[in-house]
Design a protein around this ligand. Structure first.
Ligand SMILES: Cc1cc2nc3c(=O)[nH]c(=O)nc-3n(C[C@H](O)[C@H](O)[C@H](O)COP(=O)(O)OP(=O)(O)OC[C@H]3O[C@@H](n4cnc5c(N)ncnc54)[C@H](O)[C@@H]3O)c2cc1C
Length: 465
């Protein structure tokens, strides 16, 4: 039998983005919402994350707008010392679960269908009892489009032969045995986290081999440490990044300038990074991972067998009993940008560089307070997740242009000023002459830097062709 459910919004996906969107709807409207997720509880990919995962950005600026995460504490010990605390994966899962149980459901305006597959066309099917649902809703919000994938959600992409052991980083704590050799496959943030975990647990550095298909530029967490106590530093970084663009003569020169100014970091100063995936580390973390000397740069892994790794550029040998840790998931896969507001459909995407959950709350505010689809889309132009190093420039351009547009919309400025999760909150006071002068100076700089960044990109494309 098909069950019919009526509500104003249907939100597919109860990950961070779906939750942040709904939170804003509940705060600012009387609307009703149905949320469907194939998982048994909210939190999305955080439910599948490795046990030592932590947020890459401060808890202070993460999650849904209404409900603080963490205690706005600055870490006094550990490799993140001096930065805002970073919630662990289990804290993030508990947080979204609490938001659902203590806020969404008691509101009486949210129907949550866990363990339910959305099938498209306003239909879903329960994974537990097979009940079919049909939704009579005014709007459908797709909170699944960015398609986050973590290693434990799929088998390794490389071949595993001859009884080799290849596991996701979720298995790392269980694999700790004296004398064990570890091969970390993947150089993204998951690979970095795996290396840091092993080093923190006291695994000798010579027992770690790191397969690094590509080097990536890294952000220094101190300069992008979102949150009230660090806003001045973040703004100074943004200004610095724009000024370096004005001085740069090519994309390579731009990155060298960012490196020299401390805005980005590289794992090995002798190797030019070709990727940029928004990963952040502290200088102390970088110092730790640089201790690993068994770094293999021979392209992607094709297959592993006991003691043998076949890569794009040849064969590398490791101890026979090595365990292979698959950290090669894309995290945020590359999906094309699409219109956020399209008739009755809303597709949640990043509208600020690498800030997915923030963006979902932002889009909800625009949905509620800004009339007209064209204007809504003008305010919500996607900033697709970066992959290549040069994507940093694309992101910086779109991010900057978005900021200029946002400042023209009072409903957006008000939201930013009142928002727990916004970097520029509460700084956008146009009535305050000093504040207004600061905003104007920043806008002037953006207007100069954006054409320069575009020029650098065009020149780089010509060279590449
Ligand atoms: C290791 C790691 C660390 C990160 N750290 C940060 C950070 O510090 N700050 C930050 O801003 N971002 C961070 N991110 C990015 C992170 O992905 C986002 O913060 C956010 O959690 C993404 O949420 P989401 O809702 O887009 O995706 P997901 O968490 O993947 O949620 C999507 C949900 O949709 C459901 N779903 C999909 N298809 C269907 C279907 N057909 N029917 C029903 N349900 C469906 C899934 O089950 C899932 O629950 C990190 C990512 C990773 C991998």
């Amino acid at each position: 039998m098909t069950q019919r459910i009526e509500s104003d919004y249907l939100v597919t996906g109860a990950g961070g983005m779906g939750m942040a969107f709904v939170d804003e709807i509940l705060t600012q409207t009387d609307a009703t919402v149905t949320i469907v997720d194939r998982k048994h509880r909210p939190g999305g990919h955080w439910n599948d994350a490795y046990p030592h995962v932590r947020l890459h950005q401060p808890s202070a600026c993460y999650g849904v707008n209404s409900t603080p995460l963490g205690k706005e504490r600055v870490d006094e010990v550990g490799l993140n010392k001096g930065c805002y605390e970073l919630a662990s994966g289990s804290e993030v899962v508990a947080y979204f679960d609490t938001v659902m149980r203590d806020r969404f459901l008691p509101s009486g305006r949210v129907t949550f269908l866990p363990a339910t597959d959305y099938k498209g066309d306003r239909r879903a099917v329960s994974r537990s009892c097979g009940t079919e649902y049909e939704f009579a809703v005014k709007k459908i919000v797709d909170a699944t489009y960015l398609n986050v994938t973590v290693p434990s959600q799929r088998p390794p992409k490389f071949g595993v032969e001859g009884g080799a052991v290849a596991v996701p980083p979720n298995e790392l704590p269980r694999a700790l045995t004296p004398g064990q050799h570890f091969v970390i496959v993947g150089s993204g943030k998951t690979g970095i986290d795996a290396c840091l975990f092993l080093l923190t647990m006291g695994v000798p550095v010579e027992r770690i081999t790191w397969i690094m298909p590509n080097d990536a530029w890294l952000f220094d967490r101190f300069t992008v440490n979102l949150g009230r106590k660090f806003t001045d530093i973040c703004i100074a970084t943004q200004i610095g990044v724009l000024n370096e663009a004005l001085a740069a003569t090519s994309v390579d020169d731009y990155f060298q300038r960012l490196l020299a100014a401390g805005h980005v970091m590289a794992f090995d100063p002798a190797v030019k990074p070709t990727r940029w995936r928004c990963a952040t580390v502290t200088p102390m973390e970088l110092e730790q991972i640089r201790k690993i000397k068994n770094v293999v740069r021979m392209g992607h892994v094709e297959s592993v067998a006991p003691g043998v790794i076949r890569l794009e550029k040849g064969v590398h040998r490791v101890p026979e009993s090595s365990v292979f840790i698959d950290c090669a998931a894309d995290g945020l896969t590359k999906v094309p940008a699409k219109k956020v507001f399209d008739g009755t459909h809303i597709t949640l995407q990043s509208v600020r560089m690498c800030q997915q959950v923030y963006s979902a709350g932002f889009i909800a505010n625009v949905e509620i307070n800004v009339p007209g689809e064209a204007r809504k889309n003008e305010l919500c132009r996607p900033v697709p997740h970066p992959y290549l190093a040069r994507d940093y420039l694309r992101c910086a351009i779109q991010n900057s242009e978005n900021m200029l547009t946002w400042l023209t919309e009072p409903a957006v400025v008000k939201w930013i000023n009142e928002s727990r999760i916004d970097l520029f909150s509460p700084y956008l006071y146009f009535d305050d002459p000093q504040c207004a002068a600061g905003i104007e100076a920043m806008c002037g700089l953006i207007k100069q830097a954006v054409p320069k960044l575009q020029q650098l990109l065009e020149d780089d494309e010509l060279i590449a062709a």
